[in-house]
Design a protein around this ligand. Structure first.
Ligand SMILES: [Zn+2]
Ligand SMILES: [Zn+2]
Length: 303
């Protein structure tokens, strides 16, 4: 029988006095509870995702809720049958999500886009003159996104301002809706859009993850899976009749939501690959990568 585990996803933008001390303290707390995952701490707050036993993750939530530095924090909780992270990482970072604006950085506590509940979001998406912007990276939106969303061709959140520069004109004067996995990126993204002079900017509170769990929406109109940064890679969001697969195996073209990293180490690109094609053709993403692997095998023959 598998043990009863949980995965927590959470963030809080709140000024921290001594982030370095808090990193040490927080790591000790997580180690004592046997948690694994990735937690970023900075002067602007905390951003984390961890897995652990139900008892440990419950105790962790309680500890953070009772600490004045993190009181009021909300957790998105998924059940699991074991750890979904290989180890624990607790790091000090200048930003808890790297937007890279430097001096021009935005503070979501000062100003951010209007927060919409899942039900409000679903209604707003079907409004007039609306543009829905996916606030995530392309490899995330390739696996799944809201129907009709604009998905920027970016590999990193800090590339968003550059993307916006080239698309500002088509967004001007429209009602902008932004969403991301759990909401943390949109806090900054929507604040940035307001700073850039866009007037009507809203964000999906709690992100895709919350939208899928909400009984009022059940993920309606989210197509494909939600990319997550743990061993699960993709999770189901849409539990309505609008569920569908939007991605295809790069080898055979069949509908496929199975992401695999290219086995060529210098490439490592995430690509959609069905089980059959992996078995028959391997986990290499292109003829170029196949050539690289063949060349390495010639230089370093394995015994
Ligand atoms: Zn295939
Ligand atoms: Zn490759």
């Amino acid at each position: 029988m598998s043990e009863d585990f949980q995965i927590l996803l959470y963030y809080l933008y709140r000024k921290l006095e001594n982030p370095q001390d808090y990193v040490e303290e927080h790591r000790a707390l997580c180690e004592s509870l046997g948690l694994r995952g990735r937690i970023l701490i900075g002067a602007e707050g905390i951003n984390g995702t961890v897995s652990g036993t139900r008892e440990a993750t419950d105790r962790y939530q309680e500890t953070l809720r009772n600490d004045p530095r993190t009181s009021g924090i909300t957790f998105k909780i998924d059940p699991a049958t074991g750890h979904v992270f290989p180890k624990l990482i607790v790091k000090l970072r200048p930003e808890i999500v790297t937007f890279g604006l430097g001096e021009a950085d935005v503070d979501p506590n000062v100003r951010t886009g209007k927060r919409l509940s899942p039900a409000e979001w679903l209604e707003a998406m079907h409004g007039e003159n609306v543009v829905v912007i996916d606030g995530r990276n392309r490899y995330e939106s390739d696996l799944g996104r809201f129907k009709g969303a604009v998905c920027p061709e970016i590999d990193n959140f800090r590339d968003f301002p550059g993307w916006l520069e080239g698309h500002a004109e088509e967004l001007r004067g429209r009602k902008i809706l932004t969403y991301c996995t759990g909401g943390i990126r949109c806090e900054k993204l929507s604040a940035y859009l307001l700073d850039q002079g866009f007037e009507d900017v809203s964000q999906l509170e709690g992100g895709i993850v919350t939208y899928g769990k909400d009984p009022a929406t059940q993920g309606r109109d989210f197509e494909g899976l939600c990319y997550v940064f743990d061993q699960r890679i993709g999770v189901e969001v849409n539990f309505t009749d609008t569920r569908k697969v939007v991605s295809h195996c790069e080898k055979c073209g069949e509908p496929c939501a199975r992401y695999r990293n290219c086995s060529c180490k210098s490439c490592n690109r995430k690509h959609f690959l069905c089980e059959t094609c992996e078995e028959t053709k391997g986990r290499v993403c292109s003829p170029e990568c196949e050539a690289v692997i063949a060349a390495i095998a010639q230089v370093e023959p394995t015994a």
